[in-house]
Ligand binder design. Structure first.
Ligand SMILES: [Zn+2]
Length: 469
């Protein structure tokens, strides 16, 4: 099978270049890669941004302000124009002064992930380490469409909008180099050479897989690389622009040390990054994005169901994340805006219920453009049976920040880890946001969800806001 790596010259016909005083504007593709330590002591997390143009990929130095302007967190794998003063042909790290999306600027409809999403798992051995943690069958069966398998998991969390049918696993193959060639300090830092690991691992597997054909006429979408010893701090997931077997595109890619594939929840988390998801977070404003147990994209393994073979399984994904991947029908969502007074009593069914005539989520859009999402969770099913408790969960979402969705906590200050009562809204409890004239009251628990009353009324809440003269 023909294998061409980084033949990005194909890319030259879509490249444009213009001069604007001392700034240069260049068009190419933006990709993100997330590094996850999941270490409760350090909670170290990093996001790297890359820009590919012509036949070259450079890392981008992106300011916090620019991330908000984007919102960049929507744009992994998308065509963008960057503006920079740096010599992009000579440097490997470029300071971007502006990044703008080419074409659709809404950022809202470029993130849908639906249909068949076949992945390839490649088990890659460092040349100086012979250990083979797990075998090919383990990696192949990880994709099964039975409870605990990734095909079953992605079908359930996406309401059957996504499957990973056609995914395959390649048996252990040898990398050409030693562990320290790729990782100077195994188990720490962020210096794993992700590019060389990707190139060598996919190259080593080339005789065993045609990346351009997953068996149903389409190329594979993603590559899960399973390594037989530590990388740096982290397991990694995201997108990578490359040419494999003649197909040039943004591939969904994960890099996994043994501790990552020991818990399928971690693989689900990294695949989630591959599908374009950022982290979820709680509201404590510390540097850790791994402190909400209400999303596999945060504390992936906490309060997760334990499988005898695959360890902790992925939990569900919060309703903001599901919505941005395009997994709700319009009828699944109640969308309200605080510009208009309203009083709605609705039932929202629990997030793992595949089909329902009730709502699956509610979204309340605030005047500043941020919004609340409301979902319900129950200790039931293959992936949610071990969550903290049955409850209504509310997230405040600000697109543009590194972790857009923060779970709302009644406690002040918010708990360090959000397995507390403050984040679980239960029968008789009311969340009130006076500045947005809003209340969300949990009226009752139903068989499959919760009955909730949402009141938006500037007269009621302005009166309650009055202070005695
Ligand atoms: Zn992550």
């Amino acid at each position: 099978m023909k294998f061409i790596i980084l033949s990005l010259l194909l890319f030259v016909n879509t490249y444009s270049y213009s001069q604007n005083s001392e700034y240069i504007e260049i068009e190419g593709v933006l990709t993100h890669e997330w590094g996850d330590s999941f270490d409760p002591k350090t909670n170290f997390s990093v996001v790297n941004y890359y820009f590919t143009f012509e036949d070259k990929t450079v890392q981008l130095d992106v300011s916090e302000k620019m991330k908000e302007q984007g919102p960049l967190e929507f744009w992994s794998g998308q065509r963008v124009i960057i503006k920079t003063k740096d010599n992009i042909h000579e440097k490997s790290l470029i300071k971007a002064n502006l990044i703008k999306l080419v074409g659709d600027k809404s950022g809202n409809n470029v993130t849908d992930v639906t249909g068949a999403q076949p992945w390839v798992s490649i088990a890659c051995k460092f040349s100086d380490i012979s250990t083979e943690p797990e075998n090919q069958q383990y990696f192949q069966d990880m994709y099964a469409n039975s409870p605990g398998g990734l095909d079953h998991y992605w079908r359930e969390v996406s309401y059957n909008k996504v499957n990973v049918v056609g995914s395959i696993a390649i048996d252990w193959i040898n990398l050409p180099s030693t562990q320290t060639t790729y990782v100077s300090t195994p188990g720490s830092g962020t210096t794993a050479d992700l590019s060389l690991l990707f190139t060598d691992c996919t190259n080593a597997a080339d005789s065993m897989v045609d990346f351009s054909d997953s068996g149903n006429g389409q190329s594979f979408v993603g590559i899960n690389m399973m390594f037989n010893a530590s990388l740096d701090c982290c397991a990694w997931g995201g997108n990578r622009w490359a040419t494999l077997d003649g197909v040039t595109k943004s591939w969904r890619v994960t890099w996994n040390p043994p501790w990552a594939f020991a818990d399928e929840a971690v693989i689900s988390h990294e695949m989630g990054h591959g599908f374009g998801l950022p982290h979820a977070n709680n509201s404590d404003q510390d540097s850790s994005p791994y402190d909400s147990p209400w999303d596999v994209m945060s504390a992936a393994t906490s309060y997760a169901v334990n499988d005898v073979v695959y360890g902790r399984l992925g939990k569900h994904i919060n309703s903001y994340h599901k919505d941005r991947l395009g997994w709700y029908e319009l009828s699944d969502k109640l969308i309200l805006t605080t510009n208009v007074n309203s009083d709605n009593t609705i039932i929202i069914d629990e997030t793992s219920l595949l089909s329902t005539t009730e709502y699956k989520m509610a979204q309340i859009i605030l005047v500043d453009g941020s919004f609340y999402t409301i979902e319900t969770r129950k200790k039931t099913g293959n992936y949610e049976a071990n969550i903290v408790d049955n409850a209504v969960i509310i997230h405040h979402v600000v697109t543009g920040r590194q972790e857009p969705s923060w779970v709302i906590d009644e406690e002040q200050p918010p708990a360090n880890f959000s397995d507390n009562e403050g984040v679980m809204w239960k029968v008789g409890e009311t969340f009130t946001d006076l500045s947005n004239s809003l209340s969300i009251e949990v009226l009752s628990e139903t068989t499959n969800g919760f009955e909730i009353r949402i009141i938006i009324d500037d007269l009621i809440f302005e009166n309650s806001f009055e202070s005695p003269l």
